[in-house]
Design a protein around this ligand. Structure first.
Ligand code: NAP
Length: 481
């Protein structure tokens, strides 16, 4: 199966529409089985430069392509992706150990993301300016237009390897920019697969270049090159902050991590929200930037919630990501599994109760629920990025809001409540990019504005919003002589 789907075991760079070999190749192995999947080209600085030059040259013509033609390329890519959806899901599951049921959802979302990009390509516009509102502006009329900015360096993480690439490639193509894409080292196949889809869809050579290799070589070269006009990054806060410090005057969009929380108020029907809480905490092994990591539950419904969550977590099937009923599989690496386990042990040694899970079984970390967790412990104040959720008891909504805000991060937060005043208080006071009323924070559809405050990042994605980031506002003023 592996060989049928990964058409060639040796994967090269894609620069200016051509497969480019490198001096060094690295083995890509399954995070689940350790089995070798492919050999991946490791680009050096010169390869990255070649990709940047190709993107710069392609921009000269691509930026002038009419909107309807850019939309057509995206529409054709959508059709090809629909035809190859099973193959796409298999690639995601193979290289990232994302259970196939979630990989299929990611492919469906990727298709939607490119569809939104095709639609938004036709809706790029500015506005007229009321110049005569100022005495100095009388006699002038004018308007803004949005111009593509040039070469965009896109650096993506492993956890949604196809859809997060789409959130950069889709709006970049829609707005007439060109791209140098550096996918995560563990998930290059999803990116190369998409690049092939776009070649078949008729995307001109040089518009999308894929440069695989290490973050420290490929990523750093992209960030430091003055011909790159913008860096759009999704990944960990530490790498993101480093990018911001090195990017100089380049535009940067940073979509970083979080320790997302939900508040569950007194009177909420636990049975009605249980499935959402389990999905939020454990889908993709908790490796989701808005994974439900912290639950603050009112003391009157706390025991019922912990009991029902524990029973539900015990039923989740652990195993091979390619099996259709697997819910939890391996984390992205053994190092990450050991790190997450050490945080559970640290919590247990410091007063937390392991309500369920907490062990590594056949190299897979069990879904884990911790209660009575001190907010200073790693499992609470850091991003766990593993199937771990903490549930703490609160006496009031004000207390819960205080705990949610006591965080370096601020991506999304949710509140379940039947009390409109509590809902309004949460919308006003939660320090996050999005507040979800009667839902977990683990909610995203691909057209919505998405991004965080604090160390969760700067800028917004969601096709229309990413296109605003990827275009420069230009003002045209006519003097009516
Ligand atoms: P990561 O380690 O920060 O890696 C992300 C990307 O940055 C990879 O392509 C990586 O390449 C590259 N990179 C590493 N060092 C670099 C450097 N010095 N300069 C430039 N690029 C460099 O993150 P990850 O482990 O793949 O992903 C998990 C993180 O992403 C979590 O924190 C999660 O919350 C966050 N995330 C955020 C969002 C959001 O929208 N807010 C969505 C998904 C994930 P290598 O793979 O070669 O190291």
């Amino acid at each position: 199966m592996t060989h049928n789907v990964i058409d060639s075991m040796k994967k090269h760079l894609l620069i200016n529409g051509t497969k480019v070999e490198t001096n060094v190749y690295s083995e890509l192995c399954s995070p689940y089985s350790g089995e070798k999947i492919a050999e991946i080209a490791m680009a050096d600085e010169k390869d990255v430069e070649a990709a940047i030059v190709a993107a710069q040259q392609a921009f000269q013509t691509f930026s002038k392509l009419p909107a309807f033609e850019r939309a057509q390329v995206l529409e054709r890519a959508v059709e090809l992706l629909k035809e190859r959806a099973d193959k796409a899901a298999y690639i995601i599951a193979l290289e990232s150990a994302k259970p196939i049921m979630f990989a299929k959802t990611e492919v469906s979302r990727t298709i939607e993301t490119y569809k939104f990009a095709a639609e938004e390509a036709k809706r790029i516009h500015g506005e007229t300016i009321p110049f005569d509102a100022s005495p100095g502006g009388v006699g002038r009329v004018g308007y803004t237009v949005r111009k593509p900015i040039g070469v965009i360096g896109a650096i993506t993480p492993f956890n949604f390897p196809m859809n997060l690439v789409a959130h950069k490639v889709g709006p970049a193509i829609a707005s007439g920019n060109t791209i140098v894409l550096k996918p995560a080292s563990q998930t290059p196949l999803s990116a190369l697969f998409i690049a092939e889809v776009f070649q078949e869809a008729g995307l001109p050579n040089g518009v999308l270049n894929v440069v695989t290799g290490s973050g420290s070589v490929v990523g750093e070269t992209i960030i430091r090159d003055d011909r790159v006009q913008m860096v759009t990054f999704t990944g960990s806060p530490s790498v993101g902050i480093g990018i911001r410090n090195k990017a100089g005057l380049k535009k940067t969009t940073l979509e970083l991590g979080s320790n997302a929380a939900v508040i569950i108020d007194n009177g909420v029907d636990i049975g009605a929200i249980l499935d959402r809480c389990i999905t939020g905490a454990f889908s993709n092994q908790g490796q989701v930037c808005i994974s439900l990591q912290r639950i603050y539950a009112h003391e009157k419904i706390y025991d019922e919630l912990v009991g029902k969550m524990a029973n539900a977590a015990k039923l989740l099937k652990i195993g091979n990501p390619l099996a259709p009923d697997t819910y939890i599989s391996a984390l992205i690496s053994k190092k990450e599994t050991d790190r997450a386990k050490s945080w559970i042990d640290e919590a247990a040694q410091n007063g937390a109760i392991v309500s369920v899970g907490g062990n590594i079984v056949q190299d897979i970390l069990e879904p884990t629920i911790l209660t009575n967790v001190d907010p200073r412990l790693n499992v609470s104040c850091q991003e766990v990025f593993a199937p771990i959720v903490i549930i703490n008891k609160v006496a009031s909504i004000e207390e819960a809001i205080g705990y949610v805000n006591d965080s370096r991060y601020g991506l999304q937060a949710g509140i379940y409540t039947n009390n409109i005043h509590h809902a309004l208080l949460a919308t006003d006071q939660l320090e996050v990019g999005a507040v979800l009323i009667n839902d977990i924070p683990t909610f995203r559809v691909d057209q919505m504005p998405y991004g965080g405050v604090k160390e969760s990042g700067t800028g917004r994605e969601g096709i229309k919003y990413a296109m605003e980031e990827m275009t420069e506002l230009k003002l045209i003023v006519w003097n009516q002589l």
